[in-house]
Design a protein around this ligand. Sequence first.
Ligand code: ADP
Length: 444
Amino acid sequence: MFEKILIANRGEIALRIHRACREMGISTVAVHSTADADAMHVRLADESVCIGPPSARDSYLNMPAILSAATITGADAIHPGLGFLAENAAFAEMVEEHGFTFIGPSPDHIRMMGDKIQAKKAAQQTGLPCVPGSDGPVQGDADALALARQIGYPVLVKAAGGGGGRGMQVAHSADELHRAIATARSEAKAAFGNDTVYLEKYLDHPRHIEIQIVADGLGNVVHLGERDCSLQRRHQKVLEEAPSPALNVAARERIGQRAVMAIRQLGYRSLGTLEFLYQDGEFYFIEMNTRLQVEHPITEEITGIDLVREQIRIASGAKLAFVQADVSIDGHAIECRINAEHPETFRPSPGTITNYHPPGGPGVRIDSPLYAGYKVPPYYDSLIAKLIVHGRTRNECMMRLRRALSECVIDGIDTTIALHQRVLADPAFIDGTYDIHWLEGRVG
Ligand code: ADP
C-alpha cells in the first residue's frame, strides 16, 4: 500500500480523498494555488505545496508544478480527483513516467473514453445500445442534413471532446441545424480546443441513469447499481438520487450486468461510470467517465462501500475486497449540490462565509470545505457543499433532506439551498416522475 499520496485537486473532493487516506493510514500532500492558501484541504493535509497563482491553468492544471511537488515531498502516488487533470491521458502518462502511481485507469482507457465518438464506438462493440446518430464525426452540413432527415428531428449536435454540458446544441429543423453545428463547433473549440462534432437523436423525455463500476484489472468487475441524475439545469446535474425511482429490480439487474460485461471486454481497471439515457424502457449509452464522480457518495450510502478507498486499493494492485453477491442496496440516498450561486438567477456569488452551520442528525452527511470566515474564491467551480442524506425509504430520505436543508446555515453569500427546497416541495419530484428536461422548464 502507498505511504503518501499527493492530491492534485481542491475543494470538497480533495477533502474527500484526504479523509479516505487518513482512514487507511496514508499521509497526504495537498497542492494549492495562492488563492487557496487558507483552504480546508490545505489545513487538513499532512503537507502542502503552493503550485502557482489563482488561475487554474497556472496551478491545478500545471503538470510540471504538480510533478515537482510530488517529487519534493516523496509521494508514491497522485490522485487527480475530478475535473482539472482527472481525465487527461497525457497527465496520467507523465505521472507514471516520473515513477508515481496514477490513481485511476490506464492512459489508453482515459484517451478512448475522452473522445465521445470513440467511446460510443467502443461501447457499441461491446454490445451496449447507443443513442441513434452519426457513426463518426459530422463531416459537413450536407452530411449532417442527410443524417438528420434519416433519424428525424429534433437532433442534438454534440462535441467529441465535450464535458460539463458544453458544446451541445439542439436543432428542430434543417435551418436550425446549420446554426447548431456552427455554434457547437465554436463552443467546443473554445472550451476543449477540438471542434469535432457528432449528431444524436434528441430524446424528448429520458432520464439520466448511470451505473457505477469497480474493476480491479485482475478479472473482477462489480457494479454498484445506478444513480439517477435526471435533475439537471443546462445539462448539468443539480441533485442525484439512488436507486432511481424509475427502475425496477429486473431493469437494474439487466443494465448492471450489461455494464459489467462491457467493462470486462474493455479490460478496464479502476472506478468508472457508464452513463445512459433511459426512455420508454430502453437504455442508450451516452458516455463513460473514467474517474470518481461528484455524486459518488449516494452509492456509498446505499452500498456501504467506500469508493475512494477501493479506488486507492485497486491502484496499489490489490484485489477487489468483494464480489457481486456481496453487494446489496440498502435504502435510498439523495445528494444536493449546493453552489455559491443565486438560487433563481444562478449568478455566481463568491465572497466571505460569515456564518456556517452544517446540518446533522440521523442519515445526514456533508462533504464541504466551508468554515466561518472562509472566502469562496471566484476562480473555480461554484460547488461549495454536497448535502447527502440516507433513509430507509425514498420518503424517509426526502423528509430528512427537507429537515437538513432547513437546518443548513451558510451566510455571507448566495447559495442554491432555496432551489433544492423548491424541488423537494414539488409534486413531480415527490412522485419521482421527472425527466432530464423537467427542472429546465421551471427555472430557465
Ligand atoms: P457532458 O459530457 O457534457 O456532460 P453528456 O453526453 O454526458 O455530456 O450529456 C449530458 C446531458 O445532456 C445528459 O445527462 C442529458 O441530460 C443531455 N443529453 C445528452 N445527450 C442527449 C440526447 N441524445 N438527447 C437528449 N438529451 C441528451
